[in-house]
Design a protein around this ligand. Structure first.
Ligand code: G4P
Length: 524
């Protein structure tokens, strides 16, 4: 048991609006972390711009997706775990849940576009746990907005203070480099596309005559501008950063490998080590010697012959050794785990060990659900892995009625993975699938066909929103169920759900039944 091993873990995810440069930056971080040799590896699996079938093909080619879900590499004294999140907005639920498994996040902003809609949404999710955020303003090699104006926008829209750590000298065609405010060094910009790491020239001090030699008049401008920045007093405050109230900001150009080194070096230095986690019973410290963890994601192996899936578990305390016995708290069963997947950069296959902060993949034959807790025997339940009420609903229509059983099984398994949500209305035999994005229906139909040999289509259904309902008063609940049978369903986990045909209907139901709680999220 090694506290040191735990303290050196840095587990994070990248949040951004599509096209800001998440894929490019991921790749460059891996490149600078010496985890890949050549740029282009990550890029190849970019999914957002493809049709569904291409997307699925791509997912398959991703080496069964699993290995690229967590990218682990050592940097300096740290072990970095970068958790991948799907780029496509239709799979944002998966992203939200992944954010429950990180200790910090890296926000990428396009210098020309500033704060965009998905960034706002993802920040809201990070807020739920006050996740510390680092910011990278990307694409400085292009004309963008005034950096000061960008920071003002971040502060105003995202409600987080900004502390620039580097500052850009020029922009677009006039982009000269960045000045590191703390080291007081100028890093000169040189465009280096692709997979080579090139050490650019570094100049000590703003007053260095080398700057005048290179940039003449411009050098004076830079000095004036930086004087203003200093006076504005956006100092980096580590405590405020760790509380999620302040974000250190870096500028660069991911595609040109520029600004990434400084970002990564500072990231391993300042980003938090594994933090304590709340369980229903108590708070769990990462350095406790017994292992505990929770499942935040389930992914199919995409092998149509076997329905085996991988459950991703974030280790919250202690360490994993092959062959150890773990208690699956929800079922109360003890299981011996001998072949968990670990994600060491050097050897991705079967890890010899993993520590708090790491993610391990457990082979799942249908017993593990999102949100499940594993321990070495203690009865714990980690909180905070949410299910979001879907916004789109369709009725499943089966082509061959004899395949009804296979359909139910397929849907139940796909919903367990979080691929979509299943609702069984209390009246009738319909199966209703709920999703956050339209693409999810295509994926479900495609996978039912290829993995479960079930042909089906989706039809519109008169449901516009769903709420999970609970009520402490059993008598009231029974009354409520009795009166609202035609709007009630049970979801895949057996929870009671109100399916509202319109927003107005939902509002009326809420007013009429004040004792009943209608929730837009459900904890797994
Ligand atoms: P995403 O994952 O956040 O969606 O973004 P991605 O990295 O795919 O980047 C989106 C586009 O922005 C890509 O161009 C990428 O090459 C470009 N890009 C990323 N970083 C920089 C940068 O520092 N400077 C400039 N000028 N462009 C950058 P694309 O043409 O849409 O795609 P591709 O043809 O390059 O694949």
């Amino acid at each position: 048991m090694s506290t040191q091993d735990i303290q050196r873990r840095r587990t994070f995810a990248i949040i951004s609006h599509p096209d800001a440069g998440k894929t490019t930056l991921t790749e460059k971080l891996l490149l600078f972390g010496r985890a890949i040799q050549l740029a282009g590896t990550v890029k190849g699996r970019k999914a957002d711009r493809h049709a569904t079938s291409d997307w699925l093909e791509l997912e398959k080619q991703r080496g069964i997706s699993v290995t690229s879900s967590v990218m682990q590499f050592p940097h300096k004294d740290a072990i970095v775990n970068l958790l991948d999140t799907p780029g496509h907005a239709d799979f944002s639920e998966d992203t939200y849940r992944t954010l429950t498994a990180v200790d910090s996040a890296l926000m990428v902003i396009d210098a020309a576009k500033g704060v965009e809609e998905r960034t706002i949404k993802l920040m809201e999710v990070c807020r739920l746990r006050d996740t510390p955020i680092m910011t990278f303003v990307n694409k400085l090699d292009r004309e963008g907005r005034d950096p000061m104006e960008l920071l003002d926008e971040v502060e105003e829209v995202l409600k987080i203070r900004c502390a620039p750590v580097t500052w850009p000298l020029g922009m677009g065609k006039q982009f000269r480099g960045v000045y590191h405010l703390r080291n007081q060094r100028v890093h000169l910009y040189s465009a280096t596309h692709g997979g080579r790491i090139q050490e650019g020239e570094v100049i000590d001090g703003l007053d260095n005559p080398r700057l005048d030699e290179l940039f003449g008049q411009e050098a004076e401008q830079f000095r004036d501008e930086l004087e203003l920045i200093r006076e504005a007093g956006h100092d980096f405050d580590e405590e405020a950063f760790l509380r999620g109230e302040l974000t250190p900001v870096y500028f660069g150009s991911a595609i040109n490998n520029f600004g990434v080194q400084e970002l990564l070096d500072d990231f391993v230095e300042h980003a938090p080590a594994p933090q304590a986690r709340r369980a229903e019973e108590r708070e769990v410290a990462p350095t406790e010697d017994k292992l505990s963890g929770f499942v935040f994601k389930i992914q199919a192996n995409m092998d149509p012959q076997h329905h085996d899936r991988v459950a991703f578990m974030r280790i919250c305390s202690g360490g994993y050794r092959p062959g150890m016995k773990l208690r699956h708290v929800r079922t109360g069963k003890d299981v011996k785990i001998s072949n968990a997947i670990t994600f060491m950069a050097s050897d991705r296959e079967q890890a010899e060990e993993a520590w708090a902060g790491d993610i391990i993949g457990l082979h799942n034959h249908g017993t593990i659900q999102i949100g499940d807790t594993f321990t070495e025997g203690e009865s714990l339940k980690f909180t905070g892995v949410p299910n979001f009420a879907p916004e789109l609903f369709r009725r499943v229509v089966l082509a061959d009625p004899l395949r009804a059983k296979a359909l139910t099984k397929g849907l139940e398994q796909l919903c367990e993975e979080g691929a979509s949500q299943l609702f069984k209305p209390m009246l009738g035999n319909d199966l209703i699938v709920g999703a956050v994005g339209v693409l999810q229906f295509d994926v479900v139909a495609y996978r039912l066909k290829t993995e479960y040999k079930v042909e089906c289509r989706f039809e519109p259904v008169n449901v516009s929103t769903a709420r999970w309902v609970t009520c402490d008063d059993e008598k009231k609940l029974a009354q409520f169920k009795d009166r609202n049978e035609s709007n009630l369903a049970v979801d895949g986990a057996g929870s009671l759900t109100y399916l509202a045909p319109t927003r107005v209907n939902l509002q009326l139901a809420e007013e009429r039944w004040p004792e009943v709680t209608f929730s837009a999220t459900r904890e797994h």
